[in-house]
Design a protein around this ligand. Structure first.
Ligand SMILES: [Fe+2]
Length: 251
């Protein structure tokens, strides 16, 4: 069953957020809902580029990417469909190191994974990463899945990069997406949806991961779906997970 499809509704356009971090977005239909898909590009001190959550690029768009550095790391940050376009990147950049999360090798035995993001670490010290434990989701066919997401902190730009552990849909999304996001509790506010809240049992693992993330000094949050938060991202991230942090309220 093909649950995702790509439309070049809008094409890649690198958006520079800070001297060494860019994003590029693309349309993505998920079970018929346009949710968008954002890739993050980070340039390390050596000039190496890290691609988090690759999108599908055209030839001229790879050239655009090549202007800012050398693609050296390609990261599949979780088990939820952000591996869709990794083979395109690998064909163009065969020397780049492919990083994946726990469970990706079983899901995609065709991939030659070079590095495992199963414990906290860093790339060249400037890009820290942390496996975010505990959170689960479910597909609309009610299949519960481990997300196994690794989240990233880019020190120099004070940016937290998320993929599917929280969303931030708003008026920039299609009306149908806005309506569904309202229903799921992630419209105009950074949140996991109610689906993740309902199917996640190990709240204490989520709490521990949240407390680890909050040790990072960030103000910007880049989610893969919804709008980027430029300021106040740390407080918004904490509020995003308040339901898991103890008192159960989430207004
Ligand atoms: Fe996603």
């Amino acid at each position: 069953m093909d649950i995702t499809k790509i439309d070049y509704f809008y094409t890649m356009n690198l958006v520079q957020l800070d001297p060494d971090i860019w994003t590029a977005s693309q349309s993505l239909s998920f079970f018929g809902l346009e949710v968008g898909n954002r890739m993050t590009v980070i340039r390390l001190k050596s000039g190496a580029l890290v691609i988090i959550s690759p999108i599908k690029l055209k030839e001229d768009e790879y050239l655009e990417l090549n202007k800012i550095g050398e693609v050296s790391h390609i990261i599949v940050p979780n088990l939820l469909f952000h591996d869709l376009y990794v083979t395109h990147f690998q064909k163009v950049y065969p020397k780049a190191k492919l990083w994946g999360v726990k469970g990706l090798a079983e899901k995609r035995p065709d991939l030659n994974i070079n590095g495992l993001l199963d414990k906290p670490g860093a790339l060249e010290e400037s890009l820290e990463y942390l496996p975010f434990e505990g959170l689960k989701t479910a597909l609309p066919i009610w299949k519960v899945l481990e997300i196994n997401e690794t989240v990233f902190f880019h020190r120099s730009s004070k940016t937290l990069v998320l993929t599917d552990i929280a969303f931030n849909f708003d008026e920039n999304n299609e009306l149908q997406t806005q309506i569904v996001a309202r229903f799921l509790g992630c419209y105009k506010r950074l949140r996991p949806s109610w689906v993740e809240k309902l199917v996640t049992q190990n709240k204490s693992a989520v709490r521990q991961s949240v407390s680890q993330v909050l040790k990072w000094d960030f103000h910007r949050v880049v989610p893969a779906h919804g709008s980027t938060i430029e300021m106040g991202g740390k407080a918004k991230f904490k509020t995003a997970f308040i339901w898991f942090l103890g008192n159960g309220s989430d207004s």
